[in-house]
Design a binder for this molecule. Sequence first.
Ligand SMILES: [Zn+2]
Length: 194
Amino acid sequence: MNYDGCAHWAYPVSNGMEEILKIEDKNNEKFLRQKTVKFEFKEHSLKELKALVKSMRETMKRADGVGLSANQIGLPFRMFVAQVADANGKPKFYAIFNPEITKITTEMEILEEGCLSVPEVWGPVERHYRLTLAGEDINGKKIKIKAWGLLARVFQHEMDHLNGGLFIDKAHELRKKPASDRLVAREERLKDKN
Ligand SMILES: [Zn+2]
């Protein structure tokens, strides 16, 4: 996908079949390493945005991901989608424009992460356990979300993407296949508290 960098965005939405940029391609890596720009609502119609969110949601689902940032599909602005189960185990979908972390606690948790832009690589990443994310919804209305655990982790992972970062910069070690260290990580967190 080519993005010419001009201010007007004419996005060819491809109904859940967006190409996810991977770092194996040097041009894609360069794009993923750039900090994204503020999303301007006045440049887009609600119809365009609905099509974009729907397509990103389906692309994320198809790739079996829990989060996807706009720059992962070649768009240069600050926006991401995520889907994580809520406290009742029901999947909750988020589409957040111009997100910002406004509060963060010092409690940390280490869990293994992977990334749709870095295939076949996993590694444990230390993240803040609890945070507040502010941003705008699809209508440009201000929203605030209190998140903890996996949702807070996904938000931090996507914020890193929007700032040109990747989880491999923060992972303690990288593996070629996922380890089942989720429980180990939780135990470490509990141990730290004692
Ligand atoms: Zn990622």
